[in-house]
Design a protein around this ligand. Structure first.
Ligand SMILES: Nc1ncnc2c1ncn2[C@@H]1O[C@H](COP(=O)(O)OP(=O)(O)OP(=O)(O)O)[C@@H](O)[C@H]1O
Ligand SMILES: [Mg+2]
Length: 414
């Protein structure tokens, strides 16, 4: 039995907390071993509003995932989102002191540090500086500059800043729940790891995660993430519209939305009726299902109108040939793909986890993509950290190949 590392990704959403526990083997293959979901009422629009409620939800979700995996979890890789998140691209440049020498990791980090030199207000902090690509002596498109010869190294990086107190409160919830917050990562970037295939990145794609109260927009190209934005709209707004216009409780509106709703009213027969339990009435009243879907369609169109504005802002409406990939709980709404395509005029597909083994039904849908992506990020970091280097790496690889000849393949992911 080879050496295994266990990791756990945690997505603290505005409606639910989701934890994915995964196992990464010595070859770097990752398999999902446990998934736990719990209702969360302690977060509004991605920001913590009640530490105790959020901590209780984390405890429940992580408890479920760890007992399914049969492993005790202590450290969590936690997702971050919300309106306080700001993404921007920045360039850093450094001279390579000795011409004859190779570019070193130190040079690369120095260039990246330069890219981090942006104006950050005192209440904000840099969450990530993600290198997108390098330029060596004016030559663009370099992916791995370390080891190359050059006199000048430039890096283009995507810098994500976040509100310090928002991050501190998330950390507090995790610790209050009894876990260690090993890392925090921007949710849409992590979700991209889980839901996008290499081909998506080559074409350029806009990943849209429509959750309960926020919609994360993230644009990727072949170099990785280049635009991030968080819109304060989600499935709860659809529910609120139904509740207001049909004069029903939030619970009844949610039931109508999930059980009978859709974003394509034209596909619903005009005479199809659903029973609606209005506030103050004992009997259910018949209501035209098409009208219910019209209410939903209006809000969904508004969301995609705003998504398109974001795409136009960063040039993704023409640059992202792959169009839109939809994830998040609201992506389960019937007809949302067609509605998004009609509103934006772009190709739209529903996203789901790609290239990961051991998926249970719970994580196979798009609502758990973010927690899965966080676990995958953690798995890949753990694998990199434990990867042997130099001659030892060659010997280990040789041993792995030799052994695999005598052992049946155990399956595995990315
Ligand atoms: N079949 C469905 N049809 C329509 N909406 C659905 C369906 N299933 C789930 N939803 C909606 O998905 C939303 C929750 O999505 P998700 O779990 O991604 O949110 P979250 O991560 O908790 O919140 P956020 O990302 O906004 O912080 C809810 O508004 C829920 O009503
Ligand atoms: Mg979410």
């Amino acid at each position: 039995m080879g050496r295994e590392t266990w990791v756990a990704g945690l997505d603290i959403g505005s409606t639910k907390t989701c934890c994915v526990v995964a196992c990464v083997d010595e070859a770097g293959d990752t398999a999902v071993a446990g998934v736990g979901v719990a209702v969360n009422t302690g977060v509004r629009r991605g920001a913590v509003v009640d530490i105790e409620l959020t901590a209780a939800s984390i405890r429940e979700a992580v408890g479920r995932a760890s007992s399914q995996a049969g492993i005790a979890v202590s450290a969590l890789h936690v997702g971050v989102t919300g309106e306080h998140i700001v993404g921007q691209n920045s360039r850093g440049v450094t001279a390579i002191v000795d011409h004859d020498q190779d570019i070193t990791e130190e040079d690369r980090l120095r260039a990246l540090r330069q890219a981090r030199v942006i104006v950050v207000p005192p209440d904000r902090t840099i969450l990530h500086a993600l290198p997108r690509g390098y330029v060596v002596d004016g030559h663009e498109g370099v992916r791995h500059p370390v080891g190359m010869s050059g006199a000048r190294l430039e890096v283009e990086a995507h810098i994500v800043t976040a509100g310090q107190t928002f991050l501190a409160n998330i950390r507090k919830c995790v610790e209050r729940a009894g876990y260690y917050c090993a890392d925090m990562f921007l949710e849409p970037i992590a979700a991209g790891d889980a839901a996008l295939a290499d081909g998506d990145l080559t074409q350029g794609v806009c990943l849209v995660d429509i959750g309960g109260e926020v919609t994360n927009v993230a644009v990727f190209d072949e170099l990785g993430i280049y635009y991030t934005s968080v819109l304060p709209l989600g499935g709860r707004h659809v529910t609120a519209d139904i509740a207001q216009l049909l004069r029903v409780s939030a619970e009844e509106a949610e039931r109508l939305k999930v059980s009978h709703g859709g974003a394509m009213p034209a596909a619903v027969a005009e005479d199809e009726l659903v029973g609606v339990h209005q506030i103050g009435r004992a009997e259910a009243r018949p209501f035209r299902r098409r009208a219910l879907c019209q209410i939903m369609e209006a809000r969904v169109r508004e969301i995609f109108d705003l998504v398109q504005d974001e795409m136009v802002k960063c040039g993704a409406d023409v640059r992202a040939a792959g169009g839109i990939v939809l994830i998040g709980g609201t992506a389960a709404m019937p007809g949302i793909r067609e509605c998004a395509a009609a509103q934006t005029g772009l190709p739209v597909r529903l996203g789901g986890p790609v290239g990961v083994s051991g998926l249970s039904d719970a994580v196979a849908g798009s609502a758990c993509c973010t927690a899965l992506g966080l676990a995958l990020r953690a798995a890949s970091a753990a694998h990199m950290a434990s990867a042997p280097t130099g001659m030892f790496a060659v010997l280990v690889e040789w041993w792995r190949r030799f052994r695999s000849v005598f052992r049946p393949h155990s399956g595995g992911g990315r």
